[in-house]
Design a binder for this molecule. Structure first.
Ligand SMILES: Cc1cc2nc3c(=O)[nH]c(=O)nc-3n(C[C@H](O)[C@H](O)[C@H](O)COP(=O)(O)OP(=O)(O)OC[C@H]3O[C@@H](n4cnc5c(N)ncnc54)[C@H](O)[C@@H]3O)c2cc1C
Length: 381
């Protein structure tokens, strides 16, 4: 039961955004900047943002050579180029909005470790460089195989090393904290620990209902954006969005860590980077696709052991290290790699399915979503 006062002050908005990941926060910020007098509410089910945006590995990336080659097998060329472009634009927007210091952005470059079986991909480097040239005005990929030894990788496992100078790394927590700070400065209201269970377009407004502590609270708005990524099916079971868990671990600081940068392996199924003198490694979802198609936030022994074995055999074969901590986060996938950005009704828009590279593209999706709802003809000031 809520009071007259609560109803009067806390339940009516111009825009409600469901989900406070990178997409939800960017959407709310972009919209509020255009409509400073409008009331904007973000509703988040977790105490902290609880999806992928605070759990990721902090790669500011656009796609590795092998991944792009594989995408070209499954998607039209134009779509592959467009998704790389959106990621690049998204990263640039994020850097402009937050600043490199707030993001702790470091353009150390990205690398891809190529095994003997994958050597055929390297023959396509020129073709892929030509394809991406209009986006970057430069060749993206180059051969850096001379660094395999310098970086201390196992030469029996790594035959070639490709370099992408445009890739960088961020501090994921700092990025999210900077976005939250901007949202608060703009007077965007944020309610955490509240799960929206259902929402409807009532024709003249939108209702979003939560059942917190067994009390039903209905929030009303002129418009609503659904930004719940991997949790989409809980609200919209008909949409083609499948959750995919990602598991990550970080080492304690390593003396004389021989490499810096972001690194991709096995067509993106594994990734690792330095964070200062620590190593963060994640991936391995393909080892148990069914088990990892879940929204359950926990790590599992087989995948963590697999990540440790890759550290031991390929990445740090001669360097002693200790694991500090491990965690899991939930991504959203579908039959296509492109995000879903669309109107569900005259008043409700959705931006979900960011895949495994959502840091860069997420901010671009937020901008597009804010644009879509701004253009709806409902009482924007
Ligand atoms: C382990 C891991 C590593 C990754 N590494 C990288 C990387 O290095 N680089 C990269 O670009 N991408 C990476 N990603 C992917 C990237 O983090 C995501 O694509 C991106 O964060 C998605 O942002 P989002 O805002 O769409 O979703 P989320 O961040 O998942 O936000 C959705 C929010 O909605 C909330 N929510 C859900 N349902 C409800 C509801 N009913 N009511 C209220 N709130 C709700 C959730 O709690 C969540 O906070 C990684 C992901 C994982 C899991």
């Amino acid at each position: 039961m809520i009071s007259f006062w609560e109803n009067d002050s806390f339940t009516n908005y111009n825009l409600i955004v469901v989900g406070s990941g990178i997409v939800g926060l960017t959407t709310a910020i972009e919209y509020k900047e255009k409509h400073p007098n409008n009331r904007v509410l973000i509703v988040e089910k977790g105490t902290l943002p609880s999806g992928a945006s605070t759990k990721n590995a902090g790669f500011a990336c656009f796609g590795s050579l092998t991944e792009i080659c594989d995408d070209l097998k499954n998607m039209p060329k134009e779509e592959v180029i467009s998704i790389v472009e959106k990621r690049f634009k998204g990263l640039n927007n994020l850097r402009i909005k937050l600043g490199d210091d707030a993001l702790d952005f470091k353009q150390l470059g990205g690398y891809e470790l190529i095994t003997e079986e994958q050597a055929h991909y390297v023959t396509r480097m020129e073709e892929i460089n030509a394809l991406l040239y209009p986006i970057f005005n430069d060749n993206v990929f180059s051969d850096r195989s001379d660094d395999i030894g310098t970086f201390g990788f196992n030469k029996d496992k790594v035959q070639k090393l490709l370099f992408n100078k445009f890739e960088g790394q961020i501090h994921t927590g700092k990025m999210m904290s900077a976005l939250l700070k901007i949202a608060r400065q703009l007077d965007i209201e944020i309610i955490t620990g509240t799960k929206i269970e259902e929402f409807y377009d009532l024709g003249d407004k939108v209702i979003c209902s939560s059942y917190n502590n067994r009390a039903k609270i209905d929030f009303y708005a002129n418009k609503c954006c659904i930004c719940v990524n991997a949790f989409t099916q809980q609200l919209l079971p008909q949409l083609e969005v499948t959750p995919g868990r990602g598991q990550v671990l970080i080492t304690h600081p390593i003396k004389n860590l021989p490499f810096k940068g972001t690194f991709h392996m096995d067509r993106g199924y594994y990734y690792f980077r330095n964070y200062g003198d620590r190593v963060i490694i994640g991936g391995g979802r393909h080892l148990d696709y069914d088990g990892e198609t879940t929204t359950e936030l926990k790590t599992t022994k087989p995948i963590i052991e697999n990540l440790i074995s890759i550290l031991n055999t390929t990445i740090l074969p001669n360097t002693p290290y200790k694991i500090d901590t491990k965690w899991a986060g939930i991504m959203a996938f579908g039959d296509k790699k492109t995000p879903i950005i669309k109107l569900l009704s005259d008043r409700i828009a959705i931006g979900v399915r960011m895949g495994g590279m959502g840091v860069a593209i997420g901010s671009q999706v937020g901008i597009e979503l804010a644009h879509i709802v701004s253009n709806l003809e409902h009482q924007d000031q």
